[in-house]
Ligand binder design. Structure first.
Ligand code: C5P
Length: 238
């Protein structure tokens, strides 16, 4: 009898972004009393379906990250590897080390999205089981207009057809490996894995995302993150 497919999470956290102003790369800044990356890893630690987590970080932080993993008992993290020049390279550095079967499921999640609700992780896993690829997204609330430059608008886009894409994005391992192999062969790069998978003809199922599931990039995002954290704590304590 074959065992059930395993569920892996790959967390790219190897960016050097310091747009938050300080010298610390954003994945290591404190959110409340805990480093941002630890919050993100806890979401997967607490999701019982996830078996293993692989992490890509800047090479010069590997020892520090291994210490954090020990201190915060992040027992599912099985690999901490050096990231690459771009997010896609960082994901691949983890992907190529995993012992995968085609039916396993891989979640790819930005290290700087600490507020992914457990229910959303469960939903992308379930939809991936049916559709081979599932991606969370929310619809824009603002009107979206295109400018071709020159300081004037040229076109108003149909907001109902547009989605703001989030992570975790879930893929069957066989599909994701094939998509990465084709991207490598074609030297194609993109900002998420859904774009790679589309190129091998797989349509990702849209899963309603969460407005809490923000990507922390700027100081304003970090301030918003502190407020979300306070709200999550109140909910957990009541
Ligand atoms: O670059 P961006 O803000 O889209 O980063 C999304 C995630 O990808 C972050 O968690 C960042 O640390 C990670 N990243 C990476 N390797 C890179 C660049 C970004 O793992 N070379």
């Amino acid at each position: 009898m074959t065992s059930r497919p395993k569920i892996y999470a790959i967390i790219p956290a190897a960016g050097s972004g310091t747009r938050l102003g300080g010298p610390t790369a954003k994945q290591f800044v404190q959110l409340g009393e805990t480093p941002l990356l630890v919050h993100t890893l806890r979401r997967f630690e607490e999701t019982s379906q996830v078996d293993e987590v692989g992490l890509a970080v800047p090479e010069n932080t590997i020892a520090e990250v291994e210490q954090l993993i020990g201190r915060y008992h992040l027992n599912k993290v099985s690999k901490v590897v050096a990231g690459g020049a771009h997010r896609q390279d960082s994901v691949y550095n983890v992907l190529r080390l995993l012992q995968l079967r085609p039916s396993d499921i891989i979640l790819v999640h930005d290290g700087v999205r600490p507020f992914v609700p457990a229910g959303l992780i469960a939903r992308v896993i379930a939809e991936c089981g049916v559709h081979d690829a599932a991606v969370p997204a929310v619809q824009p609330k603002d009107t979206i207009r295109r400018s071709n430059g020159g300081g004037f608008f040229d076109q108003t886009l149909d907001r109902t057809a547009l989605w703001l894409v989030q992570t975790p994005q879930a893929f069957k391992a066989g599909v994701l490996i094939k998509a990465f192999e084709k991207a490598l062969k074609d030297k194609f790069s993109a900002t998420d894995e859904a774009a790679l998978v589309e190129r091998i003809g797989i349509k990702a199922k849209i899963v309603e995302g969460s407005h809490d599931n923000i990507k922390i990039t700027t100081r304003e995002d970090l301030d918003l993150g502190e407020r979300i954290l306070a709200r999550w704590k109140v909910t957990a304590d009541t």
